[in-house]
Design a protein around this ligand. Structure first.
Ligand code: GCO
Ligand code: MN
Ligand code: MN
Length: 388
């Protein structure tokens, strides 16, 4: 058993907006005072995080004068140097300012669309200045409350045009930067376009530079849509498109909760960690979550430490699962292959098809076999409960 101390190779990161969340919700004002970006970096250094991510306006408020912006950047840079915290990812706030009330890249107003492009180019410059290699796009306002207001086909085209323009901007600047698109089904809009990771993967294939663009799936977002997050992440991984991941937790069917990683669905968190570790995922493990509104900044540190500690405990459980003889014997049995069907798989040929059509199958004998999944799942639960 390790002491679950976060290590740089775990690449645990937090957004400035996560540990900097002041506990405002639709029913009440802030419960924690606002900390500066530099102080948030120090807080992350104290809890042992590897990196910090930011929206342009988390670092530089939208209205500040250039001289003030320079002072903020200097303080932030000093805190990074002092703590050794790095900036692996940056993103644009295209949702808070009233100009984005009907979206950014998909707005019906060409002035809003042009401003969104300008703001994103500036934010990309800022991210790259601090070393970001991944740039996240979360289209929080790219949607509708009523489909009388926007043409949904046009919205797809506008989104594509914006992504293509910005990919070319990055190439033109010779930045070493990749994009990661983050889906969410709703909140803050009634419905958001490209609502799941699967939608994003299909959309990426239609871009001019698909090799520059991957996904940033988030636990809570797929759970809000009632989906199996592990399956969505597996699809992205298998396609070589898992550029980044947002870890948090969320009860199905509730509001956008952004709970501490593992706070709700421990079993699905376990299979997620196992998937990432088994497949040697090596980009950031970003906790896009925040502390309960009941907490002060000591509670915020408990929250941040808890996210990382739960991940590391589940990582250890995944290794235990992989090494458990009884579990592995069952896995081997489930996947047993006597080789008799080998000639039918792989690339199609008309001979193969002909031979397969002539092959007799004893359907009831095959179906009669019990698969022992009850035993396997119970063993998994017992690993998780710490009794094996
Ligand atoms: C949310 C989203 C955001 C994005 C962030 C980065 O539900 O509000 O998850 O936190 O991840 O804007 O683009
Ligand atoms: Mn979210
Ligand atoms: Mn997110």
């Amino acid at each position: 058993m390790s002491d679950y101390t976060p290590q740089p190779e775990n690449k645990f990161t937090f957004g400035l907006w996560t540990v900097g969340n002041i506990g405002r919700d639709p029913f009440g004002g802030p419960v924690r005072e606002q900390k500066t970006p530099a102080d948030l970096v120090r807080l992350l250094g104290e809890v042992g995080a590897y990196g910090v991510n930011f929206h342009d306006n988390d670092l530089i408020p939208i209205d500040v004068m250039p001289s003030e912006a320079e002072a903020i950047k200097k303080d932030f840079r000093e805190a990074l140097d002092e703590t050794g915290i790095v900036v692996p990812m940056a993103t644009t706030n295209l949702f808070s300012d009233p100009i984005f009330k009907d979206g950014a890249f998909t707005s019906n107003d060409p002035k809003v669309r042009a401003y969104a492009l300008q703001k994103t180019m500036n934010a990309i410059d800022l991210g790259v200045e601090f070393g970001a290699k991944i740039y996240v796009f979360w289209g929080g306002r790219e949607g509708t409350e009523t489909d009388s207001t926007k043409n949904p086909v046009e919205a797809i085209k506008r989104n594509r045009e914006a992504m293509n323009f910005l990919c070319d901007y990055v190439r033109d600047q010779k930045y070493d930067l990749k994009f990661a698109l983050e889906a969410k089904p709703n909140e803050p809009r009634g419905d958001i376009y490209n609502s799941t990771t699967g939608h994003m993967l299909a959309f990426i294939a239609t871009l001019d530079h698909p090799e520059m663009v991957g996904v940033n799936p988030e636990v809570a977002h797929e759970h809000m849509a009632g989906l199996n997050f592990v399956h969505g992440v597996a699809q992205a991984l298998e396609a070589g498109k898992l550029f980044h991941i947002d870890l948090n937790d969320q009860a199905f069917g509730r509001y956008d909760q952004d709970f501490r990683f593992g706070a709700v669905n421990l079993k699905s968190a376990f299979f997620l960690v196992k998937l990432l570790e088994d497949n040697k995922y090596d980009s950031s493990r970003h906790f896009d979550a925040h502390a309960y509104r009941t907490e002060d900044y000591e509670g915020v540190k408990d929250f941040a430490r808890g996210c990382m500690r739960t991940y590391l405990i589940l990582k250890e459980k995944a290794a235990q699962w992989n090494a458990d003889k009884e579990i592995q014997a069952l896995v081997a049995e489930i996947n047993a292959d006597d080789g008799s069907m080998g000639g039918y798989f792989g690339k199609y040929s008309s001979e193969k098809a002909k031979a397969l059509k002539a092959q007799p199958f004893d359907r009831s004998a095959i179906a009669a076999r019990g698969l022992q999944y009850e035993r396997l799942d119970q063993l998994t639960v017992e690993v998780l409960l710490g009794v094996r």
